[in-house]
Write a protein that binds this ligand. Sequence first.
Ligand code: AMP
Ligand code: MG
Length: 322
Amino acid sequence: MTRVLTDVAEAASLLRAGELVAFPTETVYGLGGDARNARAVAGIFAAKGRPQFNPLISHFPDSDAAFEEVVPDERARELARLFWPGSLTLVLPRRASSRIADLAGAGLDTLAVRVPGHPVALELVRLAATPVAAPSANRSGGVSPTNAAHVMEGLSGRIAAVLDGGPCEVGVESTVLDLSSRGAALLRPGGITAEQIEAAIGPIGRALTRAAGEATQSLRSPGMMLSHYAPSLPVRLGAADVASEEALLAFGAPLPGAGAMWNLSPSRDLAEAAARLFAGLRWLDAEGRRLGLTRIATMSVPDRGLGAAINDRLERAAAPRD
Ligand code: AMP
Ligand code: MG
């Protein structure tokens, strides 16, 4: 039985006892476990059905705690100062002294670390007093959860509890930036935009974030699979028109004629669109299946700022599946 909690201290003591607890962050809900407890970490992979070559992000209450596990350089310190707490994950060389379970880092000599921006997440990782490994709290390959009910849909009965902190504000996952070598590389566009990062540390490589770069990308970021965030209905991108047997993910003025419609943002606001993305995919999928529709068609979203993160998720949702 998975319990729904509102008491952060209770959730923290479950984590300390090696249990799995889903919790709100400003990006999406995370599936947390004690990163130093190999059994808890293995449990995260099992609960999600996640391939074990896909490393997890560890979460910390502040940058000092994070930098006890990894070696920061000047760029990392500057980005931490500017964007933590917040939706930026840094991949850095792992310290020899780190006690984070090997499985959390998928056996790599780097670790992904983040200080989350949501007050409940911060309080939880502070009270847990251990690094908290947390991927998104959904079954592997599926649509990420942005509220506690989404978490229960996928993981009820598989984890000890979900800490309910309401809907997530940002709505897409953190930006993953690899600083483990000289050239900074954007491994995943997300809540902090590439433009914001470049304003702080100069040009970063971002060729690796799109489908075309998948083969190269998988070398640096194992597990960033092409097919991901997939609803059960197929997804058609960049629709210029829509059929009545399609469900429409709209942006701005909706195309007429869809069998069902969810508008990411009538006013074409990218932050609003990001926050409504995963809930929209889930709703269109359920509503589309209920009405016997055949597909989800998506309208184009500008590829700048948070739009890059939205397009990355949509491309993966539309990618060929195994
Ligand atoms: P998730 O926690 O599911 O949002 O996914 C986190 C993503 O961060 C994974 O898919 C990895 O590709 C990436 N990641 C985590 N740790 C590392 C690492 N040490 N090196 C490169 N990428 C990483
Ligand atoms: Mg995920």
